[in-house]
Ligand binder design. Structure first.
Ligand code: URA
Length: 205
């Protein structure tokens, strides 16, 4: 009988180990999503922006931030002087989580187990791109970046923090600007995003 050396056995990927993002089955979200949405942008980006998860339009297009939240982000980046082609843009969770309401697919916030399951992909992007500054757009992004499910935005929004040798700037998620209850809150949330992006630029020196 042929014996397989242990080292050769170990070289095989684990049965449940995905080799590509689109094959990922680490959590259940792939089942209801059209496709996994990877990050986009410059491989040499010094700033990485991390959102929550693809929305309805991103799920269909296969690209991050192409819907209404993306339009807010685009406007804020312009105002802060951050060029889209100089950054890397991605999400903490790569599949769209939703529930049907009438005919609409309504966004559902990812659970901590889904954020944790997807962290390997963000880790892979961070290792590849090696950004000096990461901008966390909202609480899901922050939890994934810090690998801390109890991290809250309130505790870190006052000042950038250092994590794993990088700066982390935390701002509101652009979709918060769209659903804030009144104009004053919307404007304030938008200003926080613009300021955070400006700060990210300044941290590069
Ligand atoms: N919201 C996100 O967090 N990411 C997207 O790609 C789109 C909307």
């Amino acid at each position: 009988a042929t014996t397989i050396p242990i080292s050769a056995e170990r070289a095989q990927p684990e049965r449940d180990e995905p080799t590509t993002l689109d094959q990922c089955r680490r959590c259940e979200l792939w089942k209801n999503a059209t496709q996994a949405v990877p990050g986009v942008g410059s491989e040499k980006a010094r700033i990485m922006l991390v959102g929550e998860q693809p929305g309805d339009q991103e799920d269909l297009a296969g690209l991050p931030f192409v819907g209404p939240a993306g339009a807010v982000l685009e406007r804020a980046m312009k105002e802060a002087g951050v060029q889209r082609d100089s950054i890397y843009l991605t999400n903490a969770v790569k599949h769209f989580k939703w529930e049907l309401r009438g005919k609409r697919r309504l966004h559902k916030t990812p659970a901590q187990r889904e954020i944790s399951a997807c962290h390997v992909w963000l880790e892979e992007e961070m290792a590849r791109v090696k950004p000096e500054v990461i901008v966390a757009l909202g609480s899901t992004a922050l939890k994934s970046i810090l690998q801390d499910g109890s991290a809250t935005m309130k505790s870190v929004m006052d000042a950038p923090l250092q994590h794993d040798g990088r700066w982390v700037v935390t701002v509101y998620h652009p979709s918060y600007v769209l659903r804030a209850p009144d104009e004053a809150t919307r404007q304030q949330a938008y200003n926080v995003i613009v300021e955070g992006l400006r700060q990210a630029r300044k941290l590069l020196g």
